[in-house]
Design a protein around this ligand. Sequence first.
Ligand SMILES: [Zn+2]
Length: 184
Amino acid sequence: MIMPASDLVNLSGLLDDAKCFALVRQLRWPDGARCPGCGRDAVIRDGCDDTQPHRQRYRCKACAGRFDDLTGTALAGRHQPLRVWVLCLYFMGLNLSNRQIALELGLNPSDVQATTEQLHQGLVAMAPDMALAGEVEIDEVYVVAGHKGQPAAVAKRGGSGVGAGWKARRDAARRRRTNRPSSA
Ligand SMILES: [Zn+2]
């Protein structure tokens, strides 16, 4: 029997939290932070998260919205540290299955599936739209609750409903963006 590599090396423990947040910032904002509420770049730094010192908070001067590095991304509201999900992204790039990723990272396979479905749509599939970000967080709670409460019902749906819902919302967000008078 082959041991999971995680039994030998705790890879996520070797990653640097500051670099993981820097990576997310680079992926979502290659040209600098933008407000997920109004899409403008008139953004100032506003301290860091109380429990995650490398998670930068921001304030938008245009709409007074507040957000941070993970607001509106598929990685917001997760219980595990960001470095675990950075490794998940890396394993996705290697085409590991959700089951393999869960095994390597010591995660619940249904958590991994929910997250990878979102990440396949992109790190920030539905930005910029603050209202939508709120909707998404509610959805995450629902998905987790669904898996815990009624595993059979969730399995029957095959999880595809979750992905389809995301896609529909993303498309709706795109339409809204397209209809918005161009200010860029
Ligand atoms: Zn704004």
